[in-house]
Write a protein that binds this ligand. Sequence first.
Ligand code: FES
Length: 298
Amino acid sequence: MADVTWTPEGEKLFAKLLAAVPEAMREPIKPKLIQMLAQRAGSGSIDEAAIKTMVQEDLPEPQKSALMQAIGMQAPPQQEGPVLEWSGKSEIMFELMLGEVPEGMRSIFRGKLSAVIAQKTQGGAVTDDHVNAVVNEIVPEPFKSNILKKFKTLGDFDPAIIAAIVERFGTSRDKLMFIMHAVQDEIGYLPREAMLAISDKTGIPVSAIYSVASFYKAFRLQRPGAHHVKLCCGTACHIHDTAGVGREIEHKIAASPGVSIEKTLCLGCCDCAPVVEIDGKVYKGAEAQAKIDSITLG
Ligand code: FES
């Protein structure tokens, strides 16, 4: 772009325009803007008029309206964003997406992006897939990667669950175990994303939460399978398992992807030892073997 020339006003307005572009995009987008301006200016210098025309006619929404406003142009009338019905994590994802937009431009983006989503939903509820599609189709790099990375921290559960539980127990560290148990009861296990969310809501370092989760056998870090087996490793069960039933069960479950296993301490039925708990019910002896066979073979 060495042969591009500017009028003093044009140069000043271009600097204002660039300043309004989010910092991470400023350098990558600068040559493209200059190229568009050079085409607009033809053989002349780039002046204010060329910049305004380029912004108004060459840029896509919602960037167009936001940048028109930033350089003092009359932006197209802002329509109230449509009222959307959210489902799953879609609303939180939408807010995360908006969080990447500079604050001064956020209201314009909110309205425009809501309208894009409304077109996709055709009157139905907004799903996670709708928001994902908007990010993938509209959002430029590096924002797209940042946003998609943040989406991954949400996990496959409704973050409102964590918020409600922390609200119930409070944020003090001595309530951490209660919070973790309640989250596991709701979600079925304690995924990494849930621990991050607990940390975020309580201010307790995630390393401390992970230490507790990995220390106590009561917490499950892996998603339970369609069937969940608790293999008792308490003293009575260990001593009475002369036939190696526990080991056999472990082998069968290892070869059955839909069945998860958790080694646990005393299940409270020592007089029937050795025992296993399968989907919440305690079995012993031949009954346990038959049930294990039915879920691993069936
Ligand atoms: S040790 Fe297994 S039930 Fe008590």
